[in-house]
Design a protein around this ligand. Structure first.
Ligand code: LLP
Length: 423
């Protein structure tokens, strides 16, 4: 459920008209709904009631500090994958004791900053990284609390670019080698083994792969106990999918039930790292139609947003629903159109053969739905297009939570070496 609805014929985010917001902010922009973020967080967190669990929002999905603070105020922790994300989470007031540092390769400086901040746990993904973390921790006179991320060799049955739990994926330590690496870790002076971590992929719409992976994880925990290595934190990653185009992913409650069934008996603390599920349908991208172009074969609706703002359609062939901000009447004629951006690539297409009002014209607004996760965070300045603003709505109010970047700010970052002359 989300809080983007037509009220009196105009799309609103909670109580705020998208059209009025567009007049004030300019287009394109990302718009997030507080009530939707809160609802998603609460529904997810409630699914683990009775378990000793912490929900650490995957900051990579949406790292705006206003979003992080909204979730932090509800008790969320953060799953971060870079020192930049960690600083954002800390600045947004997230308790370091609820911050997990994941990721395939952490630099020394990142390890140092994480150890200094005394975050809950660093998830280590390879033996060389473990050795390095041990070295850094000893040098700092500390012990690093770690989990090993284990690759369970499970096919998450999702888009190949976001599947992470198969043997051929770069992630984690093969589950077949887990015990020996844990033994090594337990013997290291700078390392304190606290957990085990898994994340098998993103946008999963079926519980089966999760169940398979977590069953494997439970087996490992028991084997480790026999070895005298006590795991107290199970980090189950994120990955639960959302509806982009009528998919019916399992509800958080069913996921919670499956977690209870697979690992509930182990008596461990559980960490969850949802990203998309919390933020995906809590955000939209609003864009204005620049031109309608009737080509030989197709009608193109050319937006002022482009692939640099929202890369998911071209990168993953992802589907995002596109709707007009002015509600269409039931009897209004629809046209079949390709919705595209102005960037000079054929891949700059938000949707093919979409139904939009036949009378949609330049100056009208459209909303690209489900853009709250992996939207603004993945944007770039390709074609020297400035980063798009982000707006957070709460009830009848909204605030710009990242202003539009000035094109000159971007251009001024270039430095011309003296040998080229600098007039
Ligand atoms: N934990 C770890 C270790 C992860 O790598 C990820 C996502 C998550 C949690 C959160 O997963 P979620 O709950 O959001 O599925 N850019 C892609 C998605 C990449 C996901 C990467 N890892 C997209 O736009 O679909």
């Amino acid at each position: 459920m989300n809080h983007f609805e037509y009220i009196d014929g105009v799309l609103h985010a909670e109580g705020v008209s998208i059209s009025e917001m567009a007049d004030k902010v300019g287009t394109p922009f990302f718009c997030y709904s507080t009530a939707t973020l809160e609802r998603h967080y609460n529904v997810y967190a409630d699914a683990f009631e009775g378990l000793d669990a912490t929900v650490c929002f995957a900051v990579k999905a949406n790292s705006n500090q206003a979003v992080l603070k909204t979730l932090g105020n509800l008790g969320a922790g953060a799953d971060v994958v870079s020192v930049g994300e960690m600083r954002r989470a800390l600045r947004a007031g997230i308790d370091p004791a609820k911050i997990i540092f994941s990721g395939v390769g952490k630099a020394d400086a990142e390890m140092r900053e994480a150890l200094d901040a005394d975050i809950a746990q660093i998830n280590v993904e390879s033996i060389p990284e473990l050795v390095e973390l041990n070295r850094v921790a000893i040098e700092m006179g500390k012990k690093a609390r770690i989990a090993l991320r284990i690759n369970p060799h499970v096919d998450a049955k999702t888009h190949e670019k976001i599947a992470t739990g198969k043997a051929e994926n770069k992630f984690g330590i093969d589950w077949t080698r887990a015990i020996e690496v844990y033994r090594d870790a337990a013997a290291m002076d700078g390392i304190e083994v606290t957990g085990i971590a898994m994340h098998i992929g993103s946008q999963l719409t079926d519980l089966t792969p999760f169940r398979e992976a977590f069953t494997r994880l439970a087996g490992l925990v028991e084997q480790l106990r026999e070895e005298g290595i006590h795991i107290r934190n199970l980090d189950l990653g994120g990955g639960l999918g959302i509806a982009y185009q009528g998919e019916t992913p399992p509800l958080p409650d069913a996921y919670g039930q499956m977690v209870r069934e697979t690992v509930g008996h182990l008596g461990c603390h559980i960490t969850l790292e949802p990203g998309r599920l919390i933020a995906g349908n809590a955000g939209i991208m609003v864009s204005r139609v620049m031109y309608i172009k009737d080509g030989e074969a197709k009608r193109f609706v050319i937006l002022d947003a482009a692939m640099n703002d929202l890369i998911r359609p071209t990168l993953y062939s992802a589907y995002h629903e596109i709707i007009p901000v002015d509600e269409q009447g039931e009897d209004d004629v629809q046209a079949t159109v390709d919705v595209v951006g102005p960037v000079c690539e054929t891949g700059d297409t938000f949707g093919k053969d979409r139904k939009l009002p036949d009378d949609l014209k330049a100056g009208d607004l459209v909303a690209v739905m489900s853009a709250g996760a992996y939207g603004a965070v993945m944007s770039s300045t390709y074609n020297t297009r400035a980063l798009t603003p982000e707006v957070l709505v709460k009830g009848n109010n909204f605030a710009i939570v990242r202003p539009r970047q000035e094109i000159d700010q971007l251009i001024n970052m270039d430095q011309i070496p003296a040998w080229l002359g600098n007039e």
